[in-house]
Unconditional design. Structure first.
Length: 277
């Protein structure tokens, strides 16, 4: 890579391929973190978008392939693996969601499989794709793991947040939805205390959902980058292989946690405080 010191190497690997308006007014890719920051909100992390869409397309392809060629007598390994995922998601929805909504199970399956595939990109050697992007495609940066970009995790959590609001109003009505903030947990006489407590709790849900996934995946990616930057090449496998094996658990667990919290939050949107007693 073009970086000539550990600090520059690490900085190079954790910067996204950002497209937007450059300081001279033209459109192009940012070459430094300062340029990316100067682009502001009206910019696009091209690598995050590309890999997230690719993982989504692969998810649809594999699941559709299995659904179109399902076999009862002689199921293949891919079919058995996907059936295991579907059964796990169905059980999770049945245990955690007590309302009636046909969207929840497909949404939970999509969230788990999509995030799992995006997280799985973290196991690709850190220099493989960036080297190809720089020397073949002429791109200065390339991050492969969309969930190490806080913009991606906040985008997913914001989608869940909007669904929470939508179903909260649809199921309870505007009055019932507002009452959740005004009259709980201390009753109707404590509205000034209830409102700030419930608002903080409500807005903390998408915030924690996004930052939990981002923080765990970014930390895992950073460990791989540190190994590559600070340890001689011939010794890297002694550290990176055990970490990769352990990281498989983190990859799966973070996808599962995001899915379960989504189910729980949407379940709360479908029930009132009175229903839970």
């Amino acid at each position: 890579m073009s970086a000539d010191s550990p600090a520059a190497y690490i900085g190079h690997h954790i910067q996204n391929l950002t497209y937007g308006r450059l300081p001279d007014g033209s459109l192009g890719f940012a070459h430094t973190p300062e340029q990316a920051k100067a682009m502001g909100f009206m910019s696009l992390n091209v690598d995050t978008t590309f890999w997230a869409i690719l993982c989504g397309v692969l998810f649809c392809y594999f699941f559709r392939k299995v659904a179109a060629n399902v076999s009862v007598d002689k199921p293949g390994r891919l079919q058995l693996f996907i059936e295991m995922i579907v059964e796990m998601v169905a059980t999770s929805v049945k245990d955690a969601f007590h309302g009636r909504n046909a969207l929840i199970a497909p949404l939970a399956l999509t969230i788990f499989a999509w995030i799992f595939m995006m997280n799985l990109m973290d196991l690709v050697p850190v220099d493989f794709v960036p080297y190809f992007a720089e020397h073949v495609l002429g791109l200065g940066h390339m991050k492969m793991v969309p969930t190490t970009d806080v913009n991606a995790t906040f985008g997913m959590s914001l989608s869940v947040f909007l669904l929470m609001i939508y179903y909260g109003i649809k199921v309870k009505g505007i009055g019932g939805f507002a009452g959740e903030f005004l009259f709980h947990p201390f009753g109707k006489l404590m509205v000034p205390a209830n409102l700030p407590l419930e608002l903080v709790s409500f807005f903390a849900k998408p915030l924690s959902l996004a930052l939990r996934l981002f923080g765990n995946m970014f930390a895992g990616e950073l460990v791989f980058v540190l190994i590559a930057a600070l340890i001689p090449f011939w010794l890297q496998w002694l550290v990176s292989v055990p970490w990769a094996i352990f990281h498989i658990l983190v990859i799966t667990l973070q996808a599962y946690i995001f899915m379960m919290l989504t189910i729980v939050y949407l379940g709360q949107a479908h029930e009132s405080h009175d229903d839970s007693h």
